[in-house]
Design a protein around this ligand. Structure first.
Ligand SMILES: Cc1cc2nc3c(=O)[nH]c(=O)nc-3n(C[C@H](O)[C@H](O)[C@H](O)COP(=O)(O)OP(=O)(O)OC[C@H]3O[C@@H](n4cnc5c(N)ncnc54)[C@H](O)[C@@H]3O)c2cc1C
Length: 484
């Protein structure tokens, strides 16, 4: 890793590597000037840190960029964009590196890596947060919870705030407080021409509309500004586990219950082989189970009563419920979602959970090819469903459920089997789904579904894209073709 230029012995190699990978016309002087002007570091294939720098969360992604520029601030991002632009380089923008399609990295181009910028500043009186573009959900929750505050984020604490927010963002708080984008009050963004924009309800409303669900198509967001809500610091929740043999009873009971549940309560269902959790009897480990994960954010003493019906869907084979710090719940699933495993996910938006949906999901569970694969049903609704579909770029307010088929395994030789399982399970569900999809769950081979991810807002997004990024510099994403 080199913080700056000026190492003559390595410069020649630098020129060669960059030339060899993707640039036609880079001179030594250009590279020197660029590197000398950065506060952050440039990592290239011959550098010791390169292998680590090109990794992203999904172990299936194996890209070799020409260089990774670890930007220390806005000026570095601006310089990186100028360098990429003038040398015709492909660009990838990386926040937390969790995108399942691996869009945070690219082959042969320049990765603008923001992961060093993890600052989070809270104003407890104004209930506002200013978040840097490399912050993880854990960083955000840690700072906000020091004041008993939070905004809706996802369920795996190592995910990046940036990518999650730009696609929409949902998690345990979404039924009470909406999607992450519903709580985004402003942003700063560098567009392809290097200009810094202030985006909010009063400044560049169109662009502000676009980044709330339109992904990384419009520029590099260098700062996010969120509204916060009092949450916790303790919530009531946890897991209730049923043997899969009771699925015919517990899944319909879940459907009835969640339809009438308070917005203070989120209950998601997970179908998988039971991990060896300490509260489960050993005889259940490795057996197919239906797990209900609950998070109640209402008055603390009403938590047990609110969650009690989940324990009565059938006869649980194990449960782990109680009050716990919100930050602990936000990390509860991290051990099942560690980076580096091979992952292939397929996702559907659904308006309802009919019996045929459950039948299809149970077939997927019976055929599950690895102990790490799972099917999850995220229940949205509540505040996440109330805004109009065109209030901002995120369009899917009718998706009360997001159903994911999570293919996850360790060995490359299992790729075909596990990918095949995810695709077949997904196909069986298609006839019951809305036909739309959450952009942040698209895999790398789903370009035909990109327009479904932006839904009826696609054309407006394409016009905005045509205005701010006519040459499609930001195409390393679920791409919106610029409409001029
Ligand atoms: C284990 C796991 C759990 C998840 N759980 C949830 C969940 O509960 N809820 C949910 O909503 N989503 C969830 N997701 C999906 C998640 O929102 C996406 O994977 C998201 O893209 C991750 O953002 P990132 O910054 O970590 O990713 P990265 O791979 O770093 O970035 C993804 C893309 O976002 C764009 N981008 C990132 N930073 C910027 C920036 N500063 N400016 C402009 N563009 C930028 C770029 O196009 C980039 O390619 C989960 C994903 C995983 C892997």
């Amino acid at each position: 890793m080199r913080p700056r230029a000026g190492r003559t012995a390595r410069r020649d190699r630098c020129v060669n590597v960059l030339r060899g990978w993707s640039m036609s016309d880079v001179t030594r002087q250009q590279i020197d000037d660029w590197m000398a002007g950065l506060r952050g570091a440039v990592i290239q294939p011959e550098d010791p840190g390169y292998e680590a720098a090109r990794q992203v969360w999904n172990g299936m992604v194996d890209c070799r960029p020409a260089a990774v520029v670890r930007c220390a601030g806005v000026a570095d991002v601006q310089a990186a964009l100028a360098f990429a632009r003038s040398n015709g380089m492909r660009v990838a923008v990386r926040g937390g590196g969790h995108n399942i399609a691996g869009t945070g990295v690219c082959d042969g181009g320049l990765v603008i890596d923001l992961s060093m910028q993890r600052g989070v500043r809270i104003d407890p009186d104004a209930r506002m947060a200013w978040v840097d573009p490399g912050a993880t959900l854990a960083d955000f929750d840690h700072e906000a919870q020091a004041f008993g505050l939070a905004t809706p984020l996802g369920i795996n604490s190592t995910t990046g705030v940036a990518g999650l927010t730009l696609g929409g963002g949902f998690g345990w708080l979404s039924r009470r407080h909406g999607m992450t984008v519903d709580n985004l009050l402003g942003a700063q963004m560098l567009t392809a021409d290097g200009r810094l924009h202030r985006l909010d309800a009063k400044h560049e409303e169109d662009l502000f509309w676009a980044i709330r669900g339109g992904g990384g198509n419009f520029g590099v967001v260098t700062m996010f500004e969120f509204g916060l809500h009092p949450v916790g610091p303790e919530i009531y929740g946890g897991l209730v586990v049923y043997p899969a043999e009771q699925a015919d009873q517990v899944l319909p009971a879940y459907r009835r219950f969640i339809a009438a549940a308070s917005d203070d309560l989120a209950v998601w269902a997970v179908l998988r082989l039971a991990p060896p959790l300490p509260f489960l009897p050993p005889s259940v480990h490795g057996q197919p189970v239906v797990v209900f994960a609950s998070c109640h954010v209402g008055k603390p003493d009403s938590g047990p009563d609110a969650v009690a019906p989940v324990r009565e869907f059938g006869q649980p084979c194990g449960e782990h419920l109680g009050p716990m710090p919100y930050t602990a719940w936000q990390k509860a699933f991290d051990p099942l979602l560690t980076p580096g495993a091979r992952n292939y996910w397929k996702s559907h938006n659904l308006a309802s959970l009919g019996d045929p949906v459950f039948a299809a999901l149970m077939q997927a569970l019976r055929e599950v090819p690895s102990p790490e694969c799972e099917i999850f049903i995220a229940a949205l609704g509540g505040e996440a469903g109330r805004p109009a579909g065109d209030a901002m770029a995120y369009a899917h307010r009718d998706a009360d459920f997001i159903v994911n088929i999570h293919g996850r395994w360790q060995r490359a030789e299992d790729d075909a089997r596990c990918v095949g399982w995810a695709r077949e399970s997904f196909d069986r569900l298609s006839q019951f789904a809305l036909g739309t999809v959450y952009v942040n769950f698209l895999t790398s081979d789903e370009s035909p579904r990109v327009s479904a991810a932006y839904g009826p807002n696609y054309e407006r997004l394409a016009r905005i894209k045509g205005r701010v990024d006519p040459n499609n510099l930001f195409r390393g994403n679920q791409n919106i073709a610029p409409l001029q």
